[in-house]
Design a protein around this ligand. Structure first.
Ligand code: UT7
Length: 316
């Protein structure tokens, strides 16, 4: 089985900026509580002309453009999401149509909550290896604002909308390793389609404990399986749920904090979108450059977890 590396990237920010002070006018909360407990200062919600699908298409188009490859070279299209606009057609089918991707390729959504983007990378790798083709498109996209109970202060202040996408290429020699798992837990739930209104519910403290145990475990497992030490990894991009979770893991692992990016201050927790959005910003800011080895770590609803060691191969 061949490995994959990242050769294109793109992101889409939602149009409406919602600050902590804006939310303090709706629920009993404060900028002080939200920023000190989570690191979140503002998040973005889709405006009236946007949806999960429009964000996914935008991020995917940007990723394709940056890769320099043609749409008909894409041999698999995966969208990781828990907030697709429709149950069917899938978000991935909407992206396929809008980008003019081929019809004879696998196109599907993946639901592994906040671990979904990394699950999506591994699904793309498996399908490219099994089904043929060289390039895959993997999108992480959420419109969580649709699923928020705006009377529940324990969840509505945490989440935001956004999308990030990458183009991956099969590679013989790129370093690659992965860890995927799930526990089957109800600590984070969202009701499915039906008569009950879908809302995010979360046992925050339980998930916090799970996250701070899971991130170091994933990173250690990746190091063990790949033989690549943390010193040889250029950047570590964790799911952007809470700055305190990342800081806790840095302390626990006695790791170099400059290798752990954070941008939840601007976007809140965007679930499956948070890791590819962070990657895009890091490339744009010159913090990730071609040839860099990255560790990506996701954790969340399911309870799922996923980690990957992957190379950013650069774009054409
Ligand atoms: O993406 C999926 C993964 N999700 C996560 O990783 C989330 C993990 N969990 C967390 O990040 C944290 O648990 C939260 C940020 C969700 C909550 O922080 P916490 O420090 O665990 O707070 P808590 O739930 O223990 O609540 C502490 C207090 C409570 O009041 P009392 O009982 O001490 O009087 C809450 O009612 O804070 C109260 N509270 C709030 N106060 C002001 C809860 N939400 C708010 C709020 N504003 N928005």
């Amino acid at each position: 089985m061949k490995n994959i590396e990242i050769v294109g990237y793109g992101m889409a920010k939602a149009g409406k900026v919602v600050t902590n002070d804006d939310l303090a006018k709706i629920v009993d909360t404060s900028h002080e509580w939200i920023s000190t407990r989570t690191g979140i200062v503002e998040r973005r919600f889709c405006d009236e002309n946007e949806s999960a699908n429009t964000l996914a298409v935008k991020a995917a188009s940007e990723a394709l453009k940056s890769s320099g490859i043609a749409a008909d070279q894409i041999a698999v299209c995966i969208c990781a999401t828990v907030s697709s606009e429709y149950v069917t057609p899938s978000m991935a089918c909407v992206v396929q149509r809008n980008l003019g991707l081929r019809e004879d390729i696998p196109v599907l959504d993946v639901n592994a909550a906040c671990s979904g983007f990394i699950y999506g990378l591994e699904v793309a790798r498996g399908l490219l290896n099994g089904n043929g083709g060289e390039y895959g498109l993997v999108v992480g996209c959420e419109q969580l604002s649709r699923l928020l109970d705006m009377t529940d202060r324990s969840t509505c202040v945490l989440f935001g909308d956004g999308a990030g996408a990458v183009i991956v290429r099969l590679s013989e020699d790129a370093p690659y390793e992965k860890v995927l798992g799930a526990r089957g837990g109800y600590e984070i739930t969202v009701e499915g389609a039906g008569p009950v209104v879908s809302h995010v519910h979360m046992e925050g403290q339980e998930v916090f404990k799970f996250a701070t145990a899971t991130i170091p475990k994933c990173i250690e497992e990746l190091q063990g399986k790949s033989g690549v030490s943390l010193d040889d990894v250029d950047q570590i991009i964790c799911h952007q749920a809470n700055a305190r979770i990342i800081d806790h893991c840095i302390r626990k692992m006695k790791a170099d904090s400059s290798k752990f990016y954070k941008n939840m201050d601007k976007y809140g927790n965007t679930s499956a979108a948070s890791i590819p959005m962070a990657l895009c910003e890091m490339v744009s800011e010159g913090k990730v450059i071609p040839g860099n080895k990255l560790i990506l770590v996701g954790f969340g609803g399911g309870l799922t977890w996923a980690g990957v060691l992957i190379r950013f191969g650069g774009t054409k």
